[in-house]
Design a protein around this ligand. Sequence first.
Ligand code: FMN
Length: 265
Amino acid sequence: MSVLHTIYFSAKGTTKTCAAYIGQHLGLETRTYDWLRCPCSDTLEISGKDVLLLAMPVYGGYIPHICTEMMGYLRGEQTPAILAAVYGNRHYDNALLQMKDILIRQGFVVIAAGAFLAQHSIFPSVAAQRPDEKDRAVMAEFAATCKDLLAGRDEEGWDEITLPGTAGYDASFFRGVPFRPGGDRTCISCGACAAICPCHAIDPANPRETDQNLCMSCGACIAACPAGARNYHGAAYKAAGLVFSQKCAAYRTPELFYAGKKEEK
Ligand SMILES: Cc1cc2nc3c(=O)[nH]c(=O)nc-3n(C[C@H](O)[C@H](O)[C@H](O)COP(=O)(O)O)c2cc1C
């Protein structure tokens, strides 16, 4: 019996929700890896008999740079992989292609990939209710098709999957967004933000300040704050939110991609 290895990085929880929903519908014994709380720092071998479900949020059209580094620890044995890119209603750009390219180098075969919608973690009025009921139905359908693909694994194998994106993309092109969360006067100095920050950008001795150079704006500290004292602030943030919410108002729908099965030669 295959084991499903579900890996996700989820600062504000929507990527985790999508990973859990897809995983649940795959119906396999599952091992879960939370790369926010337990960053991967050692080789992680995933047997060719098992399955990888990799769910990542989209940051600037790519996956978070710290996850690119962690993916370098993955080792597959032509292990089938299912990808989920979770994005906030702008676009996922090169994120799925980037995940595929890295996984191929690490010994995996990408058999299916989906781009799914979620509330935007910096501008929460964008895609506020996502994933919604329709998204959940698509995720269930996606998982069902993945199950069918996996059922044929011993017979034929899979063709290389074709995913959208720009050939020759440069992931270092994304230098982050200019908004960093900070604490306000309701901060109780509990240190929860400093403990969760994946970039070590918050000094527990002075948690209201954020190191502007280290922070990647993921918002994990906002989600972790028990006092609701942290958020993105400032006139530029508010102005950008207005423009962004108008630009990204249209309801986007998930996109699914599958590897065709290899034909008998
Ligand atoms: C730094 C940063 C950059 C982002 N860039 C994009 C983007 O390029 N396209 C998009 O549609 N959403 C973007 N988002 C929104 C996230 O992709 C979306 O909210 C994601 O689901 C957050 O996952 P989480 O809830 O698991 O943290 C960005 C969010 C952050 C924090």
